[in-house]
Design a protein around this ligand. Structure first.
Ligand SMILES: *Cc1c(COP(=O)(O)O)cnc(C)c1O
Length: 366
């Protein structure tokens, strides 16, 4: 059996250091917004080559707090429109709604599963104030085009980088340093995952960073002095300690994912299976390796019989979810086709050569 993702094995690599760090944490007697969070913020800012990193409770809150921060700074206001991918994970859309803004869903590109640029341009109205590209499955959105469109229309660009820790543009810019601000998640399955919930905002904007530092902690900068109507969404001290231990391995893990992806792409040659389009660069960190097949249930039965793990990312598009009923009349044919056909196959830095070859041969024999 080749598991879809063996999280336990991924974290066991750091077991000794985790135990040591937990002991220090326990003995410190200091459990919220302590030194580990501070150190992680500095480490992750350096990793992304960005001025500021603010640790928050999770990825959803990271995105929401960016929007709330811009509202506090007067750059966004209630009901402003934010362009977002119609095939994203629902969190991106929820962040916009929770901040009192209006998500405008934009159709996906059939090849990259990121924004369709023509649809993006056509979705801009007088009320559009921001674009939220999601680097879906770990592949950077077309940021050059998005940046051009944002400049022409005076829009903020907020990256949903929850699946793309470490991805780089051709110029070497990391996810988290491409737009005005970015939200990251450290949910355990992400390329950089904690042992619980966690998230972060990265930005080069001094004012935004300062406001989010307040917003995440009840709107305070000094204890018991509330300047803003804040939230409670702090990166947990213990999770920050674990992330400090794992961060140095992120680049090599991503490289291993890319090597596996290249092998899958060059050796899976079954006409029934559509492989991801990938140019071989560092713009993709293969959070997921997503293929498409026409008769997905049939394919899933076959993988189950042959012991190959799999998951669907995602089975129901946001506009068909009960929670987003007000979008149900929209028509996004590419997004709907993607949701009907995608399947994620095993992808982990710990897959062995043998595992990879087994996956390839089973897929080729389908
Ligand atoms: C995981 C994820 C999020 C949300 O992160 P949480 O930490 O679970 O809140 C947001 N957007 C995308 C694209 C994600 O994959």
């Amino acid at each position: 059996m080749i598991p879809f993702l063996d999280l336990k094995a991924i974290n066991q690599r750091f077991e000794v250091e985790f135990h040591k760090s937990f002991k220090q944490f326990l003995e410190s007697g200091y459990y919220i917004l302590g030194n580990e969070v501070k150190v992680f913020e500095a480490n992750f800012a350096r990793f992304c080559d960005v001025k500021h990193c603010v640790g928050v409770g999770n990825g959803l809150d990271a995105l929401r707090l960016i929007l709330e921060g811009y509202k506090t700074l007067g750059k966004l206001k209630e009901n402003d429109e934010v362009l977002v991918a119609s095939n994203t994970y629902i969190a991106t859309i929820l962040a916009i709604k929770q901040a009192g803004l209006k998500p405008i869903l934009v159709e996906a590109d059939f090849n990259t599963y990121n924004f369709n640029i023509d649809s993006l341009k056509n979705s801009i109205s007088e009320n559009t104030k921001a674009i939220m590209p999601v680097h879906l499955y770990g592949q950077l959105s077309p940021m050059e085009e998005i940046s051009k469109i944002s400049k022409e229309n005076n829009l903020l660009v907020i990256e949903d980088a929850a699946q793309a820790h470490g991805a780089k543009t051709r110029e070497g810019k990391r996810a988290g340093n491409i737009g005005n601000a970015a939200g990251f998640s450290f949910y355990p399955t992400k390329n950089l995952g904690a042992l619980g919930d966690g998230g972060a905002v990265t930005t080069n904007d001094d004012d935004l960073a300062e406001v989010i530092k307040k917003l995440r902690n009840y709107g305070t900068s000094t204890k018991y002095v509330n300047e803003l109507l804040g939230f409670n969404s702090r990166l947990d001290e213990l999770q920050a300690a674990f992330l400090n231990i794992k961060l140095p391995t992120l680049d090599s893990d991503n490289e291993r994912r890319r090597i596996i992806a290249k092998k899958y792409i060059s050796q899976i040659n079954n006409k029934k299976i559509v492989l991801p389009k990938y140019d071989g660069g560092d713009n993709h960190v293969f959070h997921l390796f997503v293929v498409r097949v026409e008769n997905r249930n049939h394919f899933i039965d076959y993988l189950d019989r042959n012991g190959i793990g799999h998951l669907i990312h995602y089975p129901i598009p946001p506009h068909k979810q009960k929670a987003l009923l007000e979008y149900s009349h929209f028509n996004f044919p590419v997004t709907e086709l993607i949701h009907n056909e995608v399947l994620s196959i095993p992808m982990s830095p710990l897959l062995t050569e043998e595992d990879v070859e087994k996956v390839i041969s089973i897929l080729n024999n389908y």
